[in-house]
Write a protein that binds this ligand. Structure first.
Ligand SMILES: C[S@@+](CC[C@H](N)C(=O)[O-])C[C@H]1O[C@@H](n2cnc3c(N)ncnc32)[C@H](O)[C@@H]1O
Length: 336
């Protein structure tokens, strides 16, 4: 198959396949590398004798195929990201070190690894595509009041939420097999979606050279990006292909690509807020956000079953900003 055919996963060794990709043809390379080489087969046909030597080879290839406007994000634990950073120092520019707090509870000993993250590098610091992101305000789980005390600055609150920093604490890890796929994918979809929203535009090409169960590609598809996965293991590839076939290009609200969990928006791009604002009831004055979470207009709000009129026959609904009354069904209405 042509290596430049998009929206597919190619089976084979990543180095063999990467070698066939043209220079500067990819907008985002997103990588979750294998932690070790289980067999010689995993290193493909290269002469690499150690894991790190092998990493050096595919790192050189992903830099070669990335566009000057492109980005590379490598996922891993800090001790691994340090090694990748050292290997990439000469050929790329550092952009970010993103910490993902996996919110684990320490058991047994102090300082267990409870964060991992992304090393974000680019070929050119001024050219690389980058979008400011916003995440919803954090709130108390039970009382819904804002977790942070904004003091006298509440009137200046952004209605959706603050800009995302380089520490991500709002995306929980997948805790059990009920939340994972049958491949027990370890990383939540929301992580990949955030990375893709941050560094690409609609239609851009996302490459994952270790596609596994296809989480990155699934995110790319849902967000209207082109994608290309490389994967050595035929069984894993078959399952990823099936997942992709079942996914829709559907992560869009009012013309803006978004990352969402159920009906809750998790990440939006700052530039998209003017379009998305119309999707919400925005409290007025804005300081009321302290106690009133942003409500999507599409959510039928039945919180106030208080009648609008004195009539017992009306219920209060709010749909797209319009108050409507509906006749209440009486339990004792005679059957006709
Ligand atoms: C850490 S997993 C990636 C998990 C992935 N992010 C997911 O969502 O499932 C690494 C993947 O790389 C694949 N792999 C290992 N060596 C490879 C090679 N030389 N070429 C292509 N794929 C390889 C493994 O089969 C495995 O599926």
């Amino acid at each position: 198959m042509d290596v430049m055919s998009h929206n597919t996963i190619l089976q084979g060794d990543c180095l063999d396949l990467l070698n066939r990709l043209p220079n500067e043809s990819v907008d985002l390379v997103v990588v979750d590398p294998p932690r070790k080489l289980k067999t010689k087969i995993q290193a493909g046909t290269t002469g690499a004798t150690s894991y790190w030597e092998w990493c050096q080879e595919w790192l050189a290839e992903i830099v070669r195929v990335t566009k000057p406007t492109g980005n590379i994000l490598i996922y891993g634990q800090p001790h691994r990201l340090l090694q990748y950073a050292a290997m990439l120092r000469e050929k790329t520019v550092f952009r970010h070190w993103i910490v993902w707090d996996t919110l684990s509870a320490p058991l047994g000993k102090s300082l267990p690894p409870s964060h991992s993250g992304f090393l974000h590098v680019a070929k050119d610091k001024t050219l690389n595509t980058f979008f400011e992101l916003r995440a919803p305000h954090k709130r108390c789980r039970s009382c819904k009041v804002l977790s942070k005390d904004y003091g006298g600055k509440k009137a200046l609150l952004h209605p959706f939420g603050p800009l995302v920093t380089d520490v991500w604490t709002d995306i929980p890890r997948l805790r059990n097999h009920f939340q994972s796929t049958e491949l027990s994918e370890k990383l939540p979809q929301l992580l990949w979606e955030r990375v893709i929203l941050m560094t690409t535009n609609e239609g851009d090409l996302v490459l994952d050279p270790f596609a596994g169960s296809g989480g990155t590609l699934l995110a790319a598809k849902r967000l209207g990006r082109s994608f290309l996965g490389l994967e050595q293991d035929a069984d894993v590839l078959a399952q990823a292909t099936e997942r992709l076939a079942g996914a829709q290009v559907d992560a869009k609200i009012r013309g803006a690509w978004v990352s969402q969990h159920g009906s809750q928006l998790i990440t939006i791009r700052d530039v998209d807020w003017p379009k998305l604002a119309a999707h919400f009831f925005i409290p007025d004055p804005i300081a009321d956000l302290e106690t009133a979470p942003l409500m999507p207009k599409t959510k039928l709000s039945r919180k106030r079953p208080k009648p609008l009129s004195s009539s017992e026959d009306s219920l209060f609904f709010q749909l797209d900003g319009k108050a409507v009354t509906q006749p209440r069904k009486r339990k004792n209405t005679p059957l006709k």
